[in-house]
Every structure is written in structure tokens, then in C-alpha cells.
Design a protein around this ligand. Sequence first.
Ligand code: ADP
Ligand code: MG
Length: 625
Amino acid sequence: MPIVILIMAKVSINLATGSIQKEELIVGIDLGTTNSLVAFINPDKNPQVINDTGKGVLVPSIVHFGPTGDITVGNEAKEYLTTDPQNTAFSVKRLLGRSYKDIENYKDFFSYKVIDDDSESLVKIKVGDKFYTPIELSGLILKELKARAEHALKTPVNRAVITVPAYFNDSQRQATRDAGKLAGLDVLRIVNEPTAASLAYGIGLNPDETKTVAVYDLGGGTFDVSILQIQNGIFEVLSTNGNTFLGGDDFDRAIVDYWIEKNQLNKAEVLADNKLAQQLRLKAEETKKAFAHQSLVNDKIGDIWCTIDRNTFNELILPKVQETITCCQNALKDAKLDISQIDEVIMVGGSTRTGLVKKMVGEFFGRPLHDEVNPDEVVALGAAIQADILAGNRKDILLLDVTPLSLGIETMGGLMDVIIPRNSKVPTKAGRQYTTSIDGQVNMKIAVYQGERDLIKENRKLAEFDLKGIPSMPAGFPKVDINFLLNADGILKIQAVELRSGVKQEVEVKPTYGITDDQVEQMLMDSITHAKDDVSQRMLIEARTEGEQMIYTVEKFLQKNGSFISEAEADTTNRLIQTLKDSLTSGDKDAIHKALDELNEFTRPFAERLMDHAINTAMKGKSVE
Ligand code: ADP
Ligand code: MG
């Protein structure tokens, strides 16, 4: 069972003024693969989607880059899907937080260029001669949503809750968070889409209630089903299943293929004609939606008859819908549950409006479905409810299966280096590599902290231990891997290994032990009020640390290799070192950077000289020292 931490938000802080205010608008955002939208809680205390007059509620998750650098997002960008596919990014959610290796198998799905030069790190997209990360592209979509919300609500919107699929891993969640940051949003929480959908139906708002819920989400290009257990207000994901390439787009394609066949057209030719293909696709989507209230569609595009009845449509899509039912079966099996143990079934995603889908899902679960809330709005509405709770506008308690405070270690200058960020879903593991700062250092102090502040002294210390017995090596040589493993019971295991020697040390702590929810909340609030100061302090400390390292390195060089430079050069170097030393005590980070740059510029050729010499001596078969 995941660790659950109770957070009861009561007040919020105005970032601009630093003052605490009772009500601040925090929006809820559904950042979808096909469509995105934003919702808020209206003055009547009800969740409501932002409807930009003329543009509608849904913002297609599409970004187009024009020849002059102009960027369009949403409906306008959709128009370019067929006319300018190389410069139109769609479905970027599939790439968020992924490496090329992750998506290699379906790279042909994208009409834009996905870069494959480094298969291990996060993917990039090339548009024209520019490179974009999926985070930047998602950031552009979020920016559009933020702008729409601000326009409609006539107030700045700076804070949001963003939803992600339950199966998103840490890297995908972090990427979503970063996209929010790029859009100028403080992302207060990343919430699972099925959790948000449940909230929109009021499920989980009553802490006394225990429910097992199946959330069936059929969107434009993806299908997932999640089984949640909600107990004491805790949302636990028991299982997820699905197919990331199954959705309403398949229904549209099935109709287009049917028309091509009935009109005896050549499929390759039709699809090669961008304009016609797009027209057919749009007509097919329109037709599919029309089956909600009519059983026959009879239309024409040019000479092509676009005729189909509902029964034929149902036959065409039956195998696809059947596949989603198999996924539901598997999800139940993984959750070790019987159908009769499911208390509620929630329908999410535009494609669940399809009659056959409702019928088959209803029959499978053998119970009435929740489809009262608009299925393409339900996730955003639930996110708005979560946002409202965070804003302190509700007395409800919400419990989460995430770690409420960041976990990290102390680095040079007393700075906090976060290893597991706040709001990470548990269980989770993360790590980073460190090294020594002094020659011959054989012990390394590892101090573990919890909190959001940049300086460890403002955070809460959880543990401290020494990694002992590192073989004596020059500074920067040892490779110390520090790994954090936060398990499902909330136990944090910290492991430090020096890779060259294999020296290892391990400790365990329980971060939630001895801390109350109020204290957690206070720590979060402090981090927001002090954000500005913290950043400038961090920058100063980082500059100082860099300066100290530089002085250490250059002085060592002078000591060992003084003969490589002239007396005049040595004098200047010493003078520049002194200037840097003086700047370190000044508290002015710009002065430190300036002194650092000067010393760096001046001494760089020395290192090259030393290198040349080393090569020459090595070629003569002698050693350097
Ligand atoms: P996502 O979560 O992937 O961003 P959505 O939930 O917005 O996607 O679903 C988009 C899909 O819903 C599209 O394929 C669209 O054609 C389909 N859709 C929307 N309205 C209807 C309807 N009335 N009947 C059938 N499908 C619909
Ligand atoms: Mg969706």
C-alpha cells in the first residue's frame, strides 16, 4: 500500500504580495493527448470549464510553427496538420519525459521530426532549423490555456493543478511539472486523471466512505482503464491497463476506409491527397458524433458519397471496443478483484459518447455507468476541485499517495540538492552522482534533508552518515552514487556507493515520522514566501563554491607546476586569485562571476601548455611528474 500523507490546505498565499489571502484562484488543467482544457471553481462554488467565446472549450493539443517564427496553438494550429505536417506538432504528450529509446517503436506515428542522436536522454523535436523539447511544446499549450483562463476570468492565473494518466512515471510527471513552469504556472500538484474524474463525481470527498472505482478513459488516440480504491479519502491506484494507440481516431479511420471501399477509390491515392484526406477525416468525425442522435448519415464530398448507418459503424468499431473490454478484464485481474467488487464505473474521454462503447462497458461491468458529467470535461472539472481544496476553499480533506516534501542531501555551501521532488508518487527511486572536493578525501559526509528551501538549514534533517574508506584520489575522481529509494511503506532507504572502489553505506529513515500535517503545510508555505530570497542566496552560494573550487585548483597548479609559467604570469595569477578571494567575501555574486571569468580566461592557456608537455614527455616514454 502506498504511503499516504494527509494534507489539509487552509490558506493560500498571494505570490505577488507575499500576503496570505483567503481565496485565490487556482485552475485545474487537463493536458490531453488530443485536447486540453482548463476549469475553475465559479462563485457559486461549482466547477466550470473555461469557454473562450468563439473558440470553444477544448484546445486541440497542437502547436504550429510558421515560417516567420510565429507560433499558433489549438484550433488554428489544427488546420496545419495536413497542409504543413512537418511543422505541426501533435500528440506531444506521448513524448513527454521519454527518451528516444522509449518511443523508437512508434516514431513513424509522428509527422514531425523526432531527433534520435542520443537515445538515452529526453527526446527533442526538430521544426525548421530549431529544436524543441516536448516540455517546451507542452509549455506552449499550457500558456495558451493560461491565457484563455486569464482572458475569461479577467485576473492573473499563476497557479494550477495539472492532471496526468495514472501510469505516468516520475520522469513524465516531472516533465509535466516543468512544462507548467515554462508556461509561468506554479504547479501545485500533479493529479492522476482517474482521481480527478472521481472527484468530479464527488467520489472520495467523504473521508468516511470506502469505494472501489473503475475509470474507463477512451480519448482521441489513447485508451486506459484504472482501478482505484478510495478509502479514508486515500486514492490508491490498484491497477492500470490500456492501449496507447487506441482511440476515437481509429473510429474515424474505420469510417474513412469504409467510404473509400464503397466509392471504389484507391486508398493510397486518397491518403496522398492531403486536402481530401483531411476532409474525409473531418466528415467521418462529424458522422461519428451524429450517431448520438441519428441512425443514418448521408452526405457528399465532391463526387464521393459519404453514407453510413449506425449499425455498420458499430460493426466496424466492434473489434476496437472489444479490445478495451479485454483491457478492463486484465485490469481487474491485476487488481485481484471480481467485477462485483466494483462500486462505481466512471466514463471519461470524448469517445465514451459512442453508443456502442457505453453499451458494452455497461454490460461488462453489469451496472449503470457514470456519464452525467461531460466526458471530455470531467478530468479538468475534477482538477479544479482539487485546486479549490488546495486553495483552502473547502473543508474537505484530501489524501494523496505522494511524498509531500522534497527529499535531498546537503551539497557544498549548505545547499539542498533535491533527489526526490515533492509530490513524487511513491514508491519511487532516484539518484545522482557526486564527487569529492578535496584531494585525498577519504570520508564523505552525507546529510539527508526534507523540505522545499534552498538552504539546508531551513529544512528538516532526517539523517547523517559518513561514507568511509574512499581510497585516496585527487578531488573530482571518486564517483559516489547516492540513491534514494522511498518504498510503499514510506521508508526512505539511502544508499551511497563509491563506484571505483565499491565502498558502500546504507541507512533507512521514515520521513513522515514525527512531523504533523500542519508542519508540512507550514514548510510548503514558507518555501513560497521565501522563494525569491532563497533563489538569490542559492545563486550567491553557488558562485562562492565555484570560486573556492577555482582558487583551490589554481593554487594547486601553481604549487605543482609553477615552472610552466613565467614570473609575470605567476604575479598576474596571484593578483587575480586575490581579487577573486576579495569578491568571495563581498556577497556580490556578479563580482564573483567577473573575478572567476578573469582568472579562468587568464589561466586557461596554462592547462593547455601542461597538456602539450605531458603529451611530449609521454611520447619520449617518460612520466609527467
Ligand atoms: P484526449 O484525452 O486524448 O485528449 P478527448 O477526451 O478530448 O481526448 O477525446 C477526443 C476524442 O473524442 C476524439 O476522437 C473525438 O472525435 C471524440 N469525440 C468527441 N465527441 C464525440 C462524440 N459525440 N461521439 C463520439 N466521439 C466523440
Ligand atoms: Mg483525456
